[in-house]
Design a protein around this ligand. Structure first.
Ligand SMILES: [Zn+2]
Length: 319
């Protein structure tokens, strides 16, 4: 049956869930960032979107990853995985297929921005492992090998987005993303994080460097900060800044370790807080970015609650 033009437009502008079985092959044993995280998320998402509709991403190319990472870093990850190394640093485990998983995790973000820029989709959630926001240009850190969201922001710019905004609500500061763009006035990075925990960066006076001054925004918050404070900072401070920045696309580092039940986070967000934050960011993208929004899975380590919280986030993105 042929779709009417109006229905065809609606079908094209859908939400897409991007993930791959390869993300389960990044084997980390009983480390908090383990494959079960994605399994519990997939189980909940399956209730919202049938598996047959999930998008298998392409792998990123070395050239694409090189937009953020040094050739030496890319080669170190590849050769360490191939050699069967177990850890890249004290808290970043790897396994033989971790390099392929990491390359595909970056590719998921590239696939998402391509679908948005081509008008094939309007919003996407990239359910990826390993996560990315701690990865620096030349260093794996904090469970992250390559910086998925940073490479995707550069890819979005290659595809025509002039200005990109990244909002990071993972409980940890997105140091790698900040450092990738702190001198770049065309990519805004805003982070909400638990002040004083890993990795220790992200004070309020880190506002960007040189031409990039003002395009880095940090909201360091005390432990157990809850829904009301997150939402009021977002509404009163972040949204006005996003409006004046005028991004063409909004990217989210969605860390669910900000949830009140998370064993690593120490913050007080509830599922309702995630719902309202997502609603605000979606509303902003709908009104200021032609609806274009890509959310990336970062942290979130309570296997009992993670799936349901991610589902709350995705339900809001679907709208
Ligand atoms: Zn985190």
């Amino acid at each position: 049956m042929l779709l009417s033009p109006k229905k065809a437009i609606i079908a094209l502008m859908a939400f897409v869930y991007i993930t791959s079985p390869l993300f389960l092959e990044h084997i980390t044993g009983d480390h908090p960032e383990n494959r079960q995280r994605l399994e519990v998320i997939n189980r909940e998402v399956e209730k919202l979107i049938p598996r047959s509709k999930w998008i298998e991403p392409r792998a990123a190319t070395t050239k694409e990853i090189s937009a953020i990472h040094t050739p030496k870093h890319i080669e170190l990850i590849r050769s360490s995985c191939e050699a069967g190394a177990a850890y890249l640093d004290l808290d970043t485990p790897i396994s033989p297929k971790s390099y392929l998983s990491a390359v595909k995790a970056v590719g998921a973000g590239c696939t998402a921005v391509e679908m948005l820029q081509n008008g094939e989709a309007e919003k996407a959630f990239c359910a990826v492992r390993p996560p990315g926001h701690h990865a620096e240009s030349d260093r794996a850190m904090g469970f992250c090998l390559f910086n998925n969201i940073a490479v995707s922001a550069k890819h979005a710019q290659r595809l025509g987005a002039k200005r990109v905004a990244i909002v990071d609500f993972d409980v940890h500061h997105g140091n790698g993303t900040q450092h990738s763009f702190e001198s770049d006035p065309t990519i805004l990075f805003a982070s909400f994080h638990h002040w004083g925990i890993y990795p220790g960066t992200g004070s309020a006076d880190e506002k960007g460097l040189g031409e990039g001054e003002g395009a880095t925004i940090n909201y360091p918050l005390a432990g157990m900060t809850g829904d009301a404070e997150y939402l009021s900072i977002m509404e009163e401070s972040l949204l006005p800044k996003l409006k004046s920045f005028k991004p063409d696309i909004l990217l989210i580092s969605a860390g669910f370790d900000t949830h009140e039940s998370d064993p690593l986070g120490g913050m007080g967000l509830t599922d309702n807080g995630f719902r309202e934050m997502t609603k605000m960011l979606k509303h902003f993208a709908d009104n200021h970015c032609e609806g274009k929004l890509v959310s990336f899975l970062e942290g979130g380590y309570n296997l009992q609650t993670l799936g349901a919280t991610v589902a709350v986030h995705i339900k809001e993105l679907i709208g």
